[in-house]
Design a protein around this ligand. Structure first.
Ligand code: NAD
Length: 343
């Protein structure tokens, strides 16, 4: 049983904790919070031991009925591996602790590639993560890009990718972020950081990305154009998406043409937290002409990296050498099958 600690029990951390708890080969030995809030009560309800970054705040937790198991350092000592899901750039400050304790750790996409020297995506480079001490799971957008680019590259060879990301302004629970009424270029200059980030996983790909932030919280939308090396067929691309364990096809029959309808569908399907772990590729948007391939894909920012974290844990702990087998184990434990199986 792999003993997993979740340092930072927020948007990503709480989802990773539940996904770890669902696996037969892993166990949550603790989660950490900086202050008592609703998420801390959820951790208590789930039975996850609660650790805190600053022990001087112990009384504030205990006053509201949240018992504290110890410090973050205590939690890390008890773990085989730590999932660092603290906010971007905070994770880097935790590295000396993990090094001091000689523990394995994985970070999220808010940290730079250099923090681990290795950026991970289950479908692309699982084998290269086996046995590593440190790994970074790439961001939600990069995860979505890597999955589809890798699949198209394997089939046709990719000559060039041009992707435009329309990004959500904040996660649903974040009340202090915007924009409220603007389309913000993210950044004005081209490329956005996403293209270079894809290269941290797929270094041979030629890619340019542009990004903008819009006033929505649900999901990101990508408009992607790929120039392939061989002639591309729409039917084959549909098959590739349908047969991929982390990609989903939004069929015409569903009548979905927005992130809002997609999230409503996920809620109605009873997905935990209405999470969409898969790239959601709109079947009707797939345009294939000679070596020109275009499509839209929606990415649920809070969810797609969660399943990647589980595979990264398994690879780093070295017990499962086969990436496809890990992906299947992770998906099965969550009762997850990509969305085309639901309509
Ligand atoms: P979040 O703010 O929702 O959660 C972070 C949690 O860490 C909070 O509970 C906070 O209290 C806690 N925390 C803060 N400082 C801490 C410390 N020093 N020690 C322990 N805990 C601490 O953040 P998030 O959205 O879950 O993001 C976490 C990481 O995941 C970031 O690197 C982010 O870039 C990445 N990520 C986020 C998303 C997303 O859409 N939210 C998607 C993919 C990747």
């Amino acid at each position: 049983m792999i003993k997993v600690a979740i340092n930072g029990y927020g948007t990503i951390g709480k989802r990773v904790a539940d996904a770890v708890a669902a696996q037969k080969d892993m166990k949550v030995i603790g989660v950490s919070k900086t202050r008592p809030n609703a998420e801390a009560f959820v951790a208590k309800q789930r039975g996850y031991p609660l650790y805190i970054a600053d022990l001087s705040k112990k009384a504030a937790f205990e006053k509201v009925g949240l018992s504290v198991a110890g410090s973050v350092e205590d939690m890390c000592k008890a773990a085989d591996i730590i999932v660092d899901a603290t906010p971007g750039d905070v994770g880097a400050t935790n590295k000396p602790l993990y090094e001091k304790l000689g523990k394995k750790a994985l970070w999220q996409g808010g940290e730079d590639h250099e923090i681990a020297g290795f950026s991970f995506n289950s479908s692309c480079n699982y084998k290269d993560a086996i046995g590593r001490q440190f790994v970074r799971v790439v961001s939600c957008n990069t995860t979505g890009l890597c999955r589809i680019i890798h699949a198209i590259d394997n089939e046709y060879g990719v000559a060039h990718v041009h992707a435009i990301m329309v990004r959500r302004g904040s996660d649903p629970g974040e009340i202090k972020k915007g924009p409220i009424d603007a389309i913000v270029l993210d950044p004005v200059s081209v490329p956005s950081h996403h293209g270079p980030d894809v290269l941290s996983v797929l270094p041979h790909i030629s890619i340019v990305t542009m990004a903008m932030i819009v006033p929505t919280t649900m999901m990101h939308m990508h408009a992607i154009r790929i120039t392939t090396k061989k002639e591309v067929s729409k039917e084959r691309v549909i098959d590739l998406v349908k047969n991929h364990p982390r990609m989903g096809l939004i069929k015409k029959s569903a009548g979905i043409r927005s992130t809002a309808e997609l999230k409503e569908f996920a809620m109605d399907l009873g997905r935990p937290r209405s999470d969409l772990y898969e790239n959601c590729i709109f079947e009707d948007s797939i345009y294939a002409n000679k070596t020109d391939l275009c499509f839209f894909q929606a990415i649920h920012q809070e969810a797609d990296v969660v399943v990647e974290n589980i595979d990264a844990i398994r690879a780093m702990m070295g017990g499962q050498k086969d990436g496809a087998a890990s992906i299947k184990t992770t998906n099965d434990a969550l009762g997850f099958t990509p969305i085309q199986n639901n309509h």
